[in-house]
Design a protein around this ligand. Structure first.
Ligand code: CO8
Length: 262
């Protein structure tokens, strides 16, 4: 029953259907998160939450990326309202992933940038291949993280490191991701196989107890909701700036941006 396909996602059951892998499947665009993918992910997560899964794995199709962020080409011309709405919608889907009843593991190879990094951080565990590259590069294109990065990166790595990463927009290689606690482990070998091995370990324990461990941890964070709403508003506000258009157009035109602070 779980073996269904979506345009932008591949759904791969294993272990008799008790473990499922969702593979983001836009490899030509480095699995950039467009609105179709987000919508399909939302539907798949809603459906899978009603199955008796023991673990869920999220990974990217192709060899180059987990996901290189929200789709810049889709959002370049957004108004403030459209941007805020898209941020809020995306946050809802990512929150659905974070709230998924069973354990979730992001198996990251290649780029996990912007929305891709934000998506990975909604999983309980992040495993990185040696070639994983993380980052929140939004300020380089005139905006801020809008899928929860300003909230969840702080929780993963602390405010000082999160601010340094989000204000520089620089890339974080796998070994640094491990050192700062963004990734739990760096895998020398097949990162999806490693995720499956970990998923099986979780799956061998009492499933209701495992789910309650997760609930207890998530429920303790009572401030996240307000932080996400504030982020969506600030993300939307970027789309009143000339710098947002310049940042995104320069990415599409493959030239350096010229920012004027307006
Ligand atoms: N959106 C759309 N297309 C993308 C994206 C993206 N984020 N990333 C890569 N692509 C496309 C490229 O345009 C290119 O397509 P084409 O061949 O048709 O021109 C293809 O993927 C391959 O990419 P490159 O040619 O650029 O590959 P390189 O190896 O030269 O570079 C990089 C790889 C470094 C990953 C580069 O592609 C890059 O910098 N990508 C953008 C990274 C980024 O800035 N991500 C953050 C986006 S903003 C964001 O995620 C905010 C989240 C909140 C959103 C809220 C809702 C609106």
């Amino acid at each position: 029953m779980l073996s269904f396909q979506h345009e932008t996602l591949l759904i791969e059951p294993s272990d008799g259907g008790s473990i499922v892998t969702i593979r983001l499947n836009r490899p030509k665009a480095l699995n950039a998160l467009n609105s179709t993918l987000i919508r399909q992910l939302d539907l798949v997560l809603e459906a899978l939450a009603t199955h008796d899964l023991r673990a869920l794995i999220l990974t990217g199709a192709g060899s180059r990326a987990f996901a290189a962020g929200a789709d810049i080409k889709e959002m370049v011309n957004h108004s403030v309202d459209e941007a805020q709405t898209m941020s809020t919608r995306g946050q809802r889907t990512l929150r659905r992933l974070e709230d998924f009843p069973a354990p979730t593991i992001a198996a990251v190879h290649g780029f996990a940038l912007g929305g891709g990094c934000e998506l990975a951080m909604c999983c309980d565990i992040i495993l990185a291949s040696t070639r994983a590259v993380f980052g929140q590069p939004e300020v380089k294109i005139g905006v801020i993280p809008g899928f929860g990065g300003t909230q969840r990166l702080v929780r993963r790595v602390g405010a000082q490191r999160a601010l340094e990463l989000m204000m520089s927009g620089r890339n974080v290689q796998a070994d640094e991701a491990l050192r700062i606690g963004l990734a739990l482990d760096v895998v020398h070998g097949d990162v999806h196989e490693a995720a499956l091995t970990m998923a099986r370990q979780f799956a061998s324990n009492a499933p209701l107890a495992v789910r309650r461990v997760k609930r207890a941890v998530l429920d303790a964070d009572t401030l996240l909701r307000a932080g996400l709403a504030n982020e969506a508003e600030l993300f939307g506000a970027c789309f009143a700036d000339d710098d947002q258009r310049e940042g995104m157009v320069s990415f599409i035109e493959r030239r350096p941006p010229v920012y004027r602070g307006r």
